[in-house]
Design a protein. Structure first.
Lengths: 357, 357
């Protein structure tokens, strides 16, 4: 008999520690349930359905204007392109583990001919010193808050303010990769608008903490967003209708925005459970949002077997995949959503008893 | 009182000559009605829901492989880029009224640095002579069937075969802009696979004659489609979930594919009605698909007032917009779908009596 994969075992669990539940068609059906079928579609970026949502999110982010995009990949490349064109300089700066650097098949370079300067290193956040040393021939600095690939770490707010001031003084645009912006509001105890006021342009996503189907918003002043619409068309993102994503983004935004604090508190509780296990630690030690990484001093294959056995016994899934860091160690990512709090605490305790052994 | 616009008057009509009915949320709701909510989402281009549809359409087009894209704009730029990269030559050829030339904000040039050679002129189709004269320093020739911006004209099949043979002999790739490929099958009396066999790569759309919400397929051999997936990610089109578009594309594909002949016959009937009116003629005189243009020897504003009066009296909408061709003439586009055949013939006769006057 073929050995069961971690993903298969995960899919068979009754409870999952991460996320909002299964990504299935029901997610869309629920969002549509109370929508009047006679409501008109958006049409190439126009119409009530898209304009109202854009206005709503622009206001939430404290920006003049916002544009809905099918993806963050598209939105962010476009933001950087606009800032580079404005300065007549095809250089930007970001973290070596930025989404643009590792998940986009070099779209920024291949489509826009933009060269990134990589700040800090793969183990740590960008600090003020990195920014001061990057040189002044940079059109835009992109900061990702939280820095997902190192467990969702966050700089303190003072650092953000200093970087923002420095960039303004040196005429370098500051762009926020806010894929998980909603998720960090409880940590900073700031409004989205306060944080966004430090940045010239902002991208937010609607299928991470918000749990929509897909979709992103790019926000900034109106000159910027109008220009971004032209690039959206060039990229092939100005679809005749984006409403399936807009409706679901709006629905889950309303439903989950106020839950971010709960997810954050749950993440801290859960990280603490992991950190009590020998050979297991979280990064960061205390989560700064609903997400963190769990590092295991154990070879990937061994951990997978252990996890499969635990999933089968407890009915609780921790993760569907594990990434190797060395022959002797590996890690997984946890993002708390609606599912964590419905797991019976007794069952969760049983899971950690098994993990400790 | 503000004068009513043509669009407003059109929206208030009971019947519409063009299309499948209003573009509203019901279109999505209907497609989802019989879909099991527990069915898993696609995930970054993987999963049953996307793979099955890709396989189905690849088979229908007689191609080895197919990839679902959010838009044709994205799919076609990518197709041309792949063929250019393969030949190491950033030159393609297409019609001056190609979608790429007039509706994409120069994405092909601005993102891919590809130079188009414009064949034929704005009034006529590309013929064999244009192809023979375009030179051999061309990576790919794009043919749009039917040529939408000149009323959906079509070359005869022999011309297509000759162009295909010429391109193969001269190592020029031939790409089909098949935004309305399903719609022309009755004219050629050929299968989609027969027509596509003349081309190296093919794009088809699911929201024209098929009447889906958005979405496109790019098909070709597997090396080509695999490469297109990398570019899809670069463009920001590799969304975590495309299923709202895939489900609706599949649903309306099954529902309308066999109606293309009916739409074609209806288009010919309707064009004939228009051609009986003085000062009105269709382009082409006899439609080659479900679409054609109607040219009016009348200033745009005058036609709009006439149409608004007709819409109000008959309850039938002909078009929601009119384009000026000169101070004395204008035109509109008609695309027959499900709506035409439900208009009572008496009412339609009344409409044409009013139009003749």
């Amino acid at each position: 008999m073929r050995k069961k994969s971690l993903l298969e075992a995960f899919k068979q669990t009754q409870y999952q520690i991460s996320g909002h539940g299964r990504r299935n068609i029901q997610v869309l059906k629920e969002a549509l349930l109370n929508i009047d079928g006679q409501q008109e579609s958006d049409l190439y970026g126009k119409g009530k359905i898209i304009e109202e949502f854009q206005t709503k999110v622009a206001k939430f982010l404290g920006k003049e204007s916002a544009v809905f995009f099918p993806s963050g990949t598209m939105a962010q490349q476009i933001a950087l392109r606009i800032w580079c064109d404005e300065k007549g300089l095809n250089k930007v700066a970001y973290h070596p583990l930025s989404h643009l650097e590792i998940h986009e098949e070099d779209g920024l370079k291949k489509l826009h001919n933009i060269e990134p300067i990589l700040l800090a290193d793969k183990k740590r956040l960008i600090v003020m010193e990195d920014v001061m040393n990057m040189g002044k021939d940079v059109a835009c600095l992109l900061l990702e808050l939280p820095q997902r690939e190192i467990g969702g770490q966050l700089p303190d707010y003072k650092t953000l303010e200093s970087i923002s001031t420095y960039c303004r003084e040196h005429h370098i645009k500051l762009h926020l990769d806010g894929a998980r912006l909603f998720e960090i509001l409880p940590y900073y105890k700031k409004s989205a608008a306060e944080i966004c006021s430090l940045f010239d342009s902002v991208y937010v996503s609607f299928y991470k903490g918000i749990g929509g189907i897909a979709g992103a918003i790019l926000a900034g002043d109106e000159t910027f967003t109008e220009e971004s619409k032209i690039w959206k068309r060039r990229h092939g993102g100005d679809l005749i209708s984006l409403y399936p994503y807009i409706i679901s983004s709006n629905f889950y935004f309303d439903q989950r925005l106020n839950k971010m604090n709960e997810y954050y508190e749950d993440a801290k509780e859960l990280a603490n459970f992991f950190n009590q296990c020998q050979g297991i630690s979280t990064n960061p030690l205390v989560p700064a949002s609903n997400m963190f990484h769990v590092h295991f001093d154990m070879p990937k294959e061994k951990l997978e077997s252990t996890l499969i056995a635990i999933y089968e016994k407890t009915g609780i899934g921790i993760t569907s995949y594990v990434k190797e860091t060395s022959v002797k160690s590996c890690y997984c990512e946890i993002s708390i959503g609606d599912q964590y709090c419905i797991i019976p605490k007794d069952e969760l305790r049983r899971l950690f008893e098994m993990l400790i052994k």
